[in-house]
Design a protein around this ligand. Structure first.
Ligand SMILES: *[C@@H]1O[C@H](CO)[C@@H](O)[C@H](O)[C@H]1NC(C)=O
Ligand SMILES: *[C@@H]1O[C@H](CO)[C@@H](O)[C@H](O)[C@H]1NC(C)=O
Ligand SMILES: *[C@@H]1O[C@H](CO)[C@@H](O)[C@H](O)[C@H]1NC(C)=O
Ligand SMILES: *[C@@H]1O[C@H](CO)[C@@H](O)[C@H](O)[C@H]1NC(C)=O
Ligand SMILES: *[C@@H]1O[C@H](CO)[C@@H](O)[C@H](O)[C@H]1NC(C)=O
Ligand SMILES: *[C@@H]1O[C@H](CO)[C@@H](O)[C@H](O)[C@H]1NC(C)=O
Ligand SMILES: *[C@@H]1O[C@H](CO)[C@@H](O)[C@H](O)[C@H]1NC(C)=O
Ligand SMILES: *[C@@H]1O[C@H](CO)[C@@H](O)[C@H](O)[C@H]1NC(C)=O
Ligand SMILES: *[C@@H]1O[C@H](CO)[C@@H](O)[C@H](O)[C@H]1NC(C)=O
Ligand SMILES: *[C@@H]1O[C@H](CO)[C@@H](O)[C@H](O)[C@H]1NC(C)=O
Ligand SMILES: *[C@@H]1O[C@H](CO)[C@@H](O)[C@H](O)[C@H]1NC(C)=O
Length: 554
């Protein structure tokens, strides 16, 4: 790393001298360029000064206050859905290339895991009458929430930075010029950071916290009675910590969240067991013929998917720069990333509706085969959360462990089993691994995705299941009208997932409910059939085009 940092620093100023379009911001923001601090806020050495500007606790005189009852919107009659344009304020989106203002096509819904989350309809999963509201006559007694961080900058080494680098390289060769739709590219700068939550991303997790307080605030009475506060968990990457903090800030308020919840941060690093980052220990997760078959099939699909747009764009540049299919993905990702980081992106205007559909399909392929039913290691990686959820359902510590850490998962301090609300933050790949491990096959209806790009039968959509701030909820309910009265169901981004097709013993129920004991039995069987050691460490070959139910072929 150090070496390439130096190489870049020597190299970029040459480009600067030649064109003037590559600014200090490019150098600073390049993941290769180290940590220049030119316009990074806050300036080094600064901090708020509480002795000059004392806090509320010092100033006093807060006025009269009174807290109200805990909300329980989940048992109300109207649900706060996050639909279509909602949930993306204050981002702005242009129409795709070739469409006018009357177009209803919403580009942000075709960005795979880079889409902001939106509410899904239970009807899409064949439960037309189900609502995420607690069914009439039932009470919710426990929820387990698994949620993803909000919008972030690109991960290190992702396509956008490579695209920027390619432009810098081309600039260095000289003669580079842009015309027509691309004129602005001559003065464009790469301004994205890496890995961190963006301001919009923070708002997503904050709002998720607010929403869950409104829906389930009354479950806090459980802690009040016990005289204790909850443990919410996350991982150690900066964005994961900030995700849990923003969620807690929304849920408990600022600054109350500092005192009303214990946020547990579990290390994510190669070799460390952690349900939120199982790929760090599941060796096959990164093998081309096992855990990452989705990445290769998606790249292959992209080679031919953007022909006409690439031809159009290449006709508007001269000077030896030729945009490739990889650049099409790079620019589409810049569209997504610049929008969620900066609020708007000119790159979005370059692509047609069909391009966005193909971009989504690129992600559909990638996720279906890397972390969904088409992956031989998805269930194994989701098994850790499966074990943890089950432990909390049954109040029995997991044994034996699959990628769990004894220090954390066998301890009533770090892994309490008696909470009414659990909230775990994680990554999108892990959310999908978990849905696969839970055998929620209604989410994966239809034949395995066509590796060659026939989208006519595809109903799997990455932007629905793994967007920024995606969330999976298990509701435990008490329903006097049901027999037995202890019921349970699963909800993904507000859509109730039907269980009767994949949970033997669960009847067809219009609310997606099934007996708690039956669900627990099915999950135990599922846990037993997922062979963590073989799937993660075995020597086998998997291929795209097969629904493996997330497990390795034997
Ligand atoms: C840019 O040029 C450098 C030095 O020649 C090369 O190592 C690198 O691969 C190029 N990067 C891209 C994205 O073209
Ligand atoms: C859970 O159990 C622990 C240890 O027995 C106890 O201290 C705590 O108050 C309990 N929490 C709740 C919410 O019941
Ligand atoms: C388990 O957690 C402890 C405490 O953080 C850590 O020191 C240890 O390396 C972890 N072990 C594994 C195998 O994850
Ligand atoms: C998994 O990979 C790690 C790191 O390369 C290695 O130390 C470990 O032995 C591997 N585990 C198995 C079971 O192959
Ligand atoms: C795109 O171009 C390639 C190479 O010229 C060609 O083989 C392929 O059929 C084209 N794909 C489409 C969808 O037009
Ligand atoms: C730049 O333009 C000059 C003069 O037209 C030409 O000789 C040279 O080959 C061009 N360089 C590239 C990289 O296109
Ligand atoms: C980590 O997970 C492996 C695989 O399930 C297990 O064998 C090992 O005991 C775990 N280590 C710790 C410290 O929990
Ligand atoms: C968890 O703790 C119990 C009781 O201390 C112990 O019997 C059991 O072996 C532990 N489980 C694991 C997997 O370490
Ligand atoms: C809180 O809820 C959990 C899960 O339903 C339960 O195990 C625990 O006993 C409850 N604690 C109190 C004090 O009601
Ligand atoms: C998982 O779902 C499939 C149907 O999609 C079903 O055939 C299978 O029995 C289920 N597995 C378990 C462990 O229940
Ligand atoms: C894995 O299996 C293949 C095919 O049977 C074999 O050629 C290869 O040597 C094996 N690799 C390892 C590491 O055992």
């Amino acid at each position: 790393m150090q070496l390439s940092d130096l190489t870049m620093l020597n190299f970029v100023p040459v480009a600067l001298a030649l064109v003037g379009s590559v600014s200090a911001a490019t150098i600073k923001a390049s993941p290769y360029a180290g940590s220049a601090t030119a316009d990074v806020f806050p300036p080094t050495g600064t901090a708020a000064n509480p002795s000059l500007f004392p806090p509320e606790s010092v100033v006093g005189f807060p006025g009269v206050t009174a807290t109200g009852s805990e909300p329980e919107l989940a048992t109300a009659t109207i649900y706060p859905f996050n639909q279509q344009q909602a949930g993306s304020f204050p981002l702005v989106f242009p129409e795709p290339h070739g469409e006018d203002k009357s177009s209803t096509f919403n580009i942000k819904n075709y960005w795979g895991n880079l889409s902001p989350w939106r509410s899904l309809s239970s009807a899409d999963y064949d439960l037309p009458n189900a609502s995420p509201l607690v069914p009439e006559g039932c009470d919710v007694t426990q929820i387990q929430l698994l949620y993803r961080h909000g919008a972030r900058y690109p991960t290190t080494g992702a396509a956008p930075a490579n695209f920027a680098q390619k432009l810098i390289n081309a600039t260095r060769l000289g003669n580079l010029s842009f015309s027509g739709e691309l004129t602005w590219l001559a003065s464009w700068k790469y301004e994205l950071g890496a890995e961190l939550l963006t301001p919009f991303g923070r708002s997503q997790n904050f709002l998720l916290g607010v929403e869950h307080r409104q829906l389930y605030g009354h479950l806090l009475n459980n802690f009040t009675e016990a005289g204790t506060i909850p443990v919410f968990r996350t991982q150690s990457q900066d964005r994961m910590v900030k995700t849990a903090e923003n969620f807690a800030a929304g849920f408990f308020g600022v600054p109350e969240y500092l005192n009303e919840v214990n946020i547990e941060i579990i290390v994510e690093s190669p070799g460390v067991n952690n349900s939120g980052a199982p790929y760090e220990v599941c060796n096959n997760s990164n093998i081309a013929t096992r855990g990452s078959i989705g990445s290769s099939v998606a790249s292959k699909f992209a080679v031919n998917a953007f022909n006409s747009t690439l031809a159009r764009l290449n006709a508007q540049t001269t000077g030896g720069l030729k945009f490739t299919p990889t650049d099409a993905i790079g620019m589409l990702q810049l569209c997504s990333y610049e929008t969620v980081a900066l609020g708007y992106s000119k790159f979005c205007e370059l692509f047609t509706q069909q391009d966005f559909l193909n971009y989504e399909y690129y992600y559909d392929l990638s996720f279906y085969y890397n972390n969904g039913p088409g992956s031989p290691v998805a269930a194994a990686q989701g098994k850790a959360y499966l074990q943890e959820f089950l432990a909390r359902f049954t109040q029995e510590y997991p044994s034996p462990f699959s990628a769990l850490n004894e220090t954390f998962d066998n301890s009533s301090t770090y892994f309490p089993l008696n909470q009414s609300i659990y909230a775990d933050a994680t990554h999108e790949v892990v959310v999908l691994d978990t849905l696969t491990a839970f055998n929620l096959t209604a989410l994966f209806a239809g034949p395995p995705l066509s590796p060659t790009g026939d989208q006519s039968q595809n109903s799997f959509s990455a932007s629905k299941l793994v967007p920024f701030a995606t969330h999976f909820t298990a509701q435990v309910l008490s329903c006097p009208a049901y027999q037995p009265t202890k019921q349970m169901r699963f909800i993904v981004n507000d859509a109730v997932v039907p269980l009767h097709g994949s949970y033997p013993g669960c009847p067809a129920d219009e609310n997606g409910l099934c007996s708690f004991d039956t669900v627990v039995d099915v999950l135990k069987k599922r846990m037993a059939e997922i062979d963590y050691d073989y799937d993660c460490f075995g020597n086998y070959t998997a291929k795209a085009g097969v629904d493996y139910n997330g497990r390795a072929p034997k």
